[in-house]
Write a protein that binds this ligand. Structure first.
Ligand SMILES: Nc1ncnc2c1ncn2[C@@H]1O[C@H](COP(=O)(O)OP(=O)(O)OP(=O)(O)O)[C@@H](O)[C@H]1O
Ligand SMILES: [Mg+2]
Length: 260
């Protein structure tokens, strides 16, 4: 496989927080690749390093050592406008708590990443119409977050993450604040965008149901990968994958409370 076939390469990444007695090793040499078009899940217990990993990939944190390459480029070396461009155009980020701006409408929130990058209004309108349909939020585009349901807020946040057509979407527990029904709707929509548009998604989740939409899952513990599951191709059902995820959780930690 050529290096360029890999969209993201995480190589021997270590991240230490604090110093001396307060030192915490959050990532301990984690290494993996993500291929274009993958829907990759990351599971692991609280404190295992999942958010730290996502933030290193998003360049919000600098690894203590090791490299993160996106499309073959070492993103840890980016500075200034290069870094801003990378964050703005190559990465979409979806948070557990939506993080919409309260004083902007859904439409304005979704358009925010584009306004920073100076996209023309006609093109922006086309993009927002497409995403509003995909995420079923046509009806709420002119509403403020306080006037929207939790599910609608998260779908608007997902549209915002996708509007700049990023190379990869990083999602940290995107269903964590949603009820079961809205979690399923969000996952179906992310999964369909992954399949139809080939958008690469890297999603941290505690929820085996949400994880069953992924094509591959990395289980991390103490800042390294300790298990990997891959959906069988062609055609393993989501139910069958879900059962296998539960089996791993049960085998590895004696129950979801210990492992996830
Ligand atoms: N800013 C920080 N300063 C010091 N230690 C930190 C900091 N952020 C995280 N840690 C520590 O690093 C480890 C990994 O934290 P991280 O937030 O990556 O875990 P997580 O897997 O995302 O957990 P959760 O499932 O609870 O969100 C934990 O031990 C945590 O206490
Ligand atoms: Mg976290």
């Amino acid at each position: 496989m050529k290096i360029s076939d890999k969209l993201l390469q995480v190589q021997e990444v270590h991240k230490l927080y604090g110093e001396g007695q307060n030192e915490t090793a959050a990532l301990n040499g984690i290494t993996f690749d993500v291929l274009p078009g993958e829907f990759l899940g990351i599971m692991g217990s609280s404190g295992s390093g999942k958010t730290t990993l996502l933030n290193c990939i998003a360049t919000m944190l600098k690894p203590t050592s090791g490299k993160v390459l996106l499309e073959g480029q070492n993103i840890s070396s980016f500075r200034g406008s290069h870094l801003a461009k990378y964050r703005g155009s190559k990465i979409g980020y979806l948070f557990q708590e939506f993080e919409l701006l309260d004083n902007l409408t859904a439409r304005e929130n979704i358009l925010l990443p584009l306004s920073i990058h100076g996209v023309n209004p006609k093109k922006a309108e086309e993009l927002i119409q497409k995403l509003a349909k995909q995420f079923d939020i046509d009806e709420v585009l002119n509403k403020f977050p306080s006037q929207m349901s939790g599910g609608q807020k998260q779908r608007a946040a997902a549209a915002r993450a996708l509007i700049s057509n990023p190379s990869i979407v990083l999602a940290d527990e995107p269903t964590g604040a949603l009820d079961t029904k809205n979690a399923k709707i969000l996952m179906e929509k992310l999964s369909s965008i992954n399949e139809t548009d080939g958008t690469t998604i890297l999603m941290v989740t505690h929820d085996a149901n949400a994880a069953s939409f992924c094509s591959r899952i990395l289980f991390i513990q103490d800042g390294v990968i300790f298990h990997e599951l891959r959906k069988k191709v062609p055609g393993e059902s989501r139910n069958s994958f879900y059962e296998r995820i539960l089996t791993v959780i049960a085998q590895l930690g004696g129950g979801s409370i210990n492992v996830l």
